[in-house]
Design a binder for this molecule. Structure first.
Ligand SMILES: Cc1cc2nc3c(=O)[nH]c(=O)nc-3n(C[C@H](O)[C@H](O)[C@H](O)COP(=O)(O)OP(=O)(O)OC[C@H]3O[C@@H](n4cnc5c(N)ncnc54)[C@H](O)[C@@H]3O)c2cc1C
Length: 168
């Protein structure tokens, strides 16, 4: 089936390239006329035979929602205002991250982007002693599995130390 990816960064390029393994065609819909992704990722995406770039374009409406199944994506060219429908059966949104920290903040402090706020120079310490965080929710730079796992280890060590201190 044909699918669309929305976005223009590394995540969007990576997602589009990954989806070429399963989709007959991938539309990469981006609001500007060049990708924000790194050059290597952008080149790979743009030159891929299954990926069609849809430049200067924003999504307007997902079609098929009332029927419970995507039947198309209405898009608009921001330079010409021309609208058209991409007959896709799947839509993948890759336009940034909103860390799911809401249920914990407050009382935990978050920064302007919603990421847990580093305390005392550490990404795993929070403003509440005995509460530790790890992973993408506390990292707006790397957001990788290995960095998340590393922070998990740091948080576990901190938690163990804190528990040991409580026993004294
Ligand atoms: C398309 C894509 C490709 C990627 N490719 C790579 C790659 O090649 N290499 C790499 O290293 N990383 C890659 N990553 C990044 C990697 O997946 C993340 O960095 C990693 O999963 C972060 O781990 P985490 O534990 O912080 O968060 P997550 O893996 O997102 O885990 C968070 C967990 O918390 C749960 N949760 C959320 N809210 C609540 C709540 N209120 N209460 C209880 N539980 C909750 C969620 O259900 C989830 O299970 C990729 C990510 C994406 C999206």
């Amino acid at each position: 089936m044909e699918v669309a990816v929305l976005g223009g960064g590394d995540s969007a390029a990576e997602e589009a390239l990954f989806l070429t393994r399963f989709a007959s065609k991938v539309y990469l819909v981006h609001r500007r006329d060049e990708l924000r992704a790194s050059k290597i990722m952008a080149d790979r995406a743009i030159s891929h035979e299954k990926i069609e770039m849809v430049w200067d374009t924003v999504p307007v409406e997902v079609l098929g929602v009332p029927e419970g199944s995507v039947s198309g994506l209405k898009v608009k060219n921001v330079k010409t205002n021309e609208e058209k429908v991409l007959s896709v059966k799947g839509i993948f949104v890759a336009i940034g991250h909103i860390p799911n920290t809401g249920p914990f903040a407050p009382p935990l402090e978050v920064d302007g982007g919603g990421y847990f706020k580093p305390q005392a120079g550490s990404q795993v310490l929070t403003n509440i002693p005995g509460v530790y965080v790890a992973g993408d929710c506390s990292d707006h730079v790397y957001r990788q599995a290995i960095t998340a796992a590393g922070m998990g280890c740091q948080a576990a060590i901190e938690a163990e130390r804190w528990l040991a201190e409580q026993e004294v």
